[in-house]
Design a binder for this molecule. Sequence first.
Ligand code: MN
Length: 359
Amino acid sequence: MLTTRFASATDTGNLRPQNEDSAYCDAQFFVVADGMGGHNAGEIASAIACTKAAEATRDGRVGSLEDLARFVTDANAAIFDAATTTTGQHGMGTTITALAIFDGPTPTVGVANVGDSRTYLLRGGQLQQVSVDHSYVQELIVQGYVSKEEARTHPQRNIVTRALGIDRAVNVDTFLINSAPGDRFMLCSDGLVDEIDDATIETIMRTTSESTDCARALVTAAKAAGGRDNITVVVVDLITAPVDTSTSPLVPSVSGDLVGGLVVLALFALLVVVGVWRSARDGYSVVFEDDTASANVVVLNGPPDGVWWFDPSIKEVSPLTRSQLLDAFVADIERVRTFDSLEDARRFVDGIAKAVGSG
Ligand code: MN
């Protein structure tokens, strides 16, 4: 049984007067929409898409790829109706990308998109874009006129060729992905990808373990890189649902064969635990000791969240405290940096110490 850990983050950015992006998150269903249109109409269009997502979740209507596509066409109809009947909302529209987790013997994930809001997948440390943009520059890429990298900075990069609310009917693209625990999906508006490239997105997604920190770090990076548009990010981590042991029945009797089997199982479990213990002690991370202003910067042996019940151990405590550091350094540390060796971790801490003049 598959479940999710997820988080969203959004920011108006540095230039826009308001945030016209909207996001919706439920345990199994996620949406990012990027609205367009004058007089707050863009905000209304993207909000309608998310309201429709909440309705679809409540009614249990998103169980298959067909359901997912139908949700998008329903949202399109609702926005189109509002745009044609409400003064001040004429011509409003929104892009959308949506992701749904489908229950079943093989866990699958459905992705849909209209416009240039994207869904990415990080699997085995590699980032891949799942959705394909409906945009002018995407057509130029397909025709071979520009490279993906050139498209990122192309002056016409924000022209979308499909959006919700513009026509009574809309063409929805859908993708079905066989999925597994460990997969990390990310939905975003173009305000993220216009500012930071896929390599940067991959690094942040690979090195930030908690979904909340990951969503926040992506938005922070895009804002720091310019933040010329609204930025919205949803991060979805697929995890195995914890087994509820409180209701599992007791084994009434144990036969000889079963005992042999249990011994083998116990040995196997021991090997797994030893393996996990080793990986819990692999590598080093640099974090703040706690959430307070007086918290010291510490080097941990192992990942910051530990592995299973093995908590990381504090290897070194630096005299640096959170209140001494500039916001940029605090943000850098809170993004959770991991290192292969203690020397590398020390070098990172020393670099910050030199920058604040105490190293
Ligand atoms: Mn945008």
